[in-house]
Design a protein around this ligand. Structure first.
Ligand code: FMN
Length: 204
């Protein structure tokens, strides 16, 4: 099949992308509004951008007309701080409940039953049940497109990390202990599956 992105509908573009770029790790992003209301939402358009400085990036979509910014974006624009919590098997269902289209001000910590724990440096809470939590300060926000299906790239500099001691084996995070989950297309999620090693080619 040959596909021109210029000759298909937005929904078709969305389905092709989210079905092809899999599995996607999930950032559970905790923010606070300027009035101090907590917000929690998952984002699977999420990855590492750099490690010096340590930068993570995620992309809230502008997927509906009239819904210019998701609450997460509004809050980060107001406060420039957030916490990215890594999503694991134990909390997948609770995290999913945070993705409902609740009105601004709704507290997804209460809705999901996840526990709000004070952060070390930033004001937004971290999620106690998540074994890795990154306290972030907004590094840069870049609008990809304001059209439905466009997004804002939110780059955060990690300024503090919380990592459960039990996850560490020989100074590394042990993925078998972490048990992360990832997003596929539609309602599908996945666990880590089989892990195999490949040595990088030695050239020169
Ligand atoms: C696992 C998962 C991953 C998601 N990834 C994204 C994403 O990358 N970008 C996005 O805009 N919405 C994503 N969503 C939907 C948002 O979580 C949802 O729109 C949420 O209500 C936004 O919350 P907020 O308005 O409080 O910021 C995802 C939902 C789930 C369940």
């Amino acid at each position: 099949m040959e596909v021109s992105p210029f000759q298909i509908e937005n929904m078709e573009r969305y389905k092709l992308l989210i079905g092809s770029v899999v599995p996607r790790p999930i950032a559970l992003v905790s923010t606070l509004s300027s009035e101090g209301e907590p917000n929690l939402a998952p984002f699977s358009f999420f990855t590492v951008a750099a490690y010096n400085p340590m930068i993570l990036v995620f992309f809230p979509l502008r997927y509906k007309k009239g819904l210019e910014f998701k609450d997460t974006v509004l809050n980060i624009r107001e406060t420039a701080e957030f916490v990215i919590n890594i999503v694991t098997e134990d909390i997948a269902e609770a995290v999913n409940t945070c993705s409902g289209l609740y009105e601004k001000g709704a507290n997804e910590f209460v809705i999901s039953g996840l526990t709000a724990e004070k952060s070390r440096i930033v004001k937004p809470f971290r999620v106690r049940e998540s074994p890795i939590q990154f306290e972030c300060r907004l590094h840069k926000m870049i609008t990809i497109s304001e059209e439905p299906g466009g997004s804002d790239a939110i780059f955060g500099e990690v300024i503090h990390m919380h990592i459960k001691d039990e996850l560490i084996t020989e100074h590394k995070i042990d993925v078998k202990k972490l048990k992360p989950v990832a997003k596929l297309a539609g309602p599908e999620w996945s666990t880590i599956g089989e892990v195999f090693n490949l040595d990088r080619p030695k050239v020169g």
